[in-house]
Design a protein around this ligand. Structure first.
Ligand SMILES: Cc1ncc(COP(=O)(O)O)c(C=O)c1O
Length: 375
């Protein structure tokens, strides 16, 4: 129950285990064509969704280095480990970064973006970079509103890390007018790690014409050219494409609204169970991520709970990062997760608290609360 790599359905694993085929073969072209259509469906876009062999960071870095130039001013949302990462990536390419920060555990204040954009009279801001679902703290940021402010500005691009939001909640690329959407296979895609995906709007492609940042493997123009021939510029992870096609087909069978509803129910059940048990939610309930719930155990080290969950029940939870280590643990409910998984993790957590002798726990209440939300 971590937020990635997430569980992989047997059907997907079996597909990945096939013998590889030539990446310049007709069979592979047909596979690319099939996955391309489905990726557009998942992103709710008419744009190309390009596939890179790499992790989610590769997709984000590609989005940044293909659209921007040295010295460009960018606004970067920073309310967790991943926001911090995009600040680091941007600075390492010589961009002029203005950070819009919120305390870790809080969502980004959309008004701060509006203020900075409204006051940028000479249109110096070239991009706004935001993590939609901040996995490190379990917070969902209001990307839709931030994107509206970016559109009003007119010049800046909206670059979004949707690594743990795509496939968990609504991320309609075209109707929200997102310019870059970056994701990775080991998350909502129900896939093993290894593929990353980047979709760019026409506005972002126009910006790419002037981008002077160094790139070769992540030069998206090569990927776009190859994609129009149902191909890939380099040897792609062919076997992961087999799995991708099956995983996307499963997602289409379930339907986008059912997928979003399932994640939303699981978030509600987890949040409610945690509160009833007497533990605290790290993120405010109103901005809890549909992918992950961060929990503050209050009376004991979070690492003790993680260790006991693993030792006694073979359930892996994610820990806190940086200054949050030992302070929080995180329950992933992203991707191939069903009601039974939620009930299992909550009951195992209750049992763990009992084993650890933690006082003031309302035993039995977590599972009742979760059931109530799963009805
Ligand atoms: C929100 C978010 N962005 C980016 C990443 C980076 O992805 P990767 O580790 O695949 O490079 C992750 C991974 O956990 C993530 O959760």
């Amino acid at each position: 129950m971590i937020p990635g790599p997430t569980p992989v359905p047997e059907k997907v694993l079996t597909a990945v285990g096939r013998h590889p085929i030539g990446h310049r073969s007709k069979d592979f072209q047909a596979l690319v064509q099939s996955t391309t259509e489905k990726l557009r469906w998942l992103h709710q876009t008419k744009n190309d969704v390009l596939v890179i062999t790499g992790s989610g960071t590769a997709a984000m870095e590609a989005g940044i280095i293909n659209t921007l130039s040295r010295g460009d001013k960018v606004l970067c949302g920073e309310n967790g480990k991943f926001g911090e990462r995009w600040v680091k990536v941007s600075k390492s390419y010589g961009l002029d970064v203005e950070e819009i920060k919120a305390e870790w555990g809080q969502s980004l204040d959309t008004e701060k973006f509006k203020f900075a954009l409204d006051n940028d009279y000479d249109k110096q801001i070239k991009a706004v970079i935001v993590t939609h679902s901040e996995t490190s703290t379990g917070v969902i940021n209001d990307l839709e509103t931030i994107s509206k402010h970016v559109k009003k500005h007119g010049k800046a691009l909206m670059i979004a890390d949707c690594v743990t939001s795509l496939g968990a909640c609504n991320v309609p690329m075209d109707s929200w007018e997102l310019d870059v959407v970056a994701t990775g296979s080991q998350k909502g895609y129900m896939m093993p790690p290894g593929l990353s995906f980047v979709a760019m709007s026409e506005k972002a492609w126009n910006a790419s014409e002037h981008s002077d940042l160094p790139k070769f493997y992540l030069d998206l123009k090569q990927y776009r050219k190859a994609a129009h021939k149902n191909s890939n510029p380099f040897t792609p992870a062919v076997n992961l494409y087999f799995g991708l096609d099956v995983a996307l087909e499963m997602m289409q069978q379930e339907g986008l609204s059912s997928i979003f509803k399932r994640h939303s129910r699981h978030r509600a059940a987890t949040q409610s169970a945690i509160k009833e048990l007497g533990l605290s939610l790290f993120a405010n309930e109103t901005c809890g991520s549909p992918a992950i719930t961060a929990v503050v155990p209050k009376t004991c080290d979070a690492e003790l709970i993680r260790k006991a969950m693993l030792d006694h029940f073979d359930i892996l939870l994610a820990g806190g990062q940086d200054h949050l280590k030992g302070k929080i643990f995180r329950i992933g409910h992203l991707g191939f997760v069903n009601d039974r998984d939620i009930l299992t993790v909550i009951s195992a957590l209750e049992a763990t608290l009992q084993i650890l002798g933690i006082k003031n726990i309302n035993h039995g209440s977590g599972i009742i609360a979760a059931c109530e939300k799963l009805k």
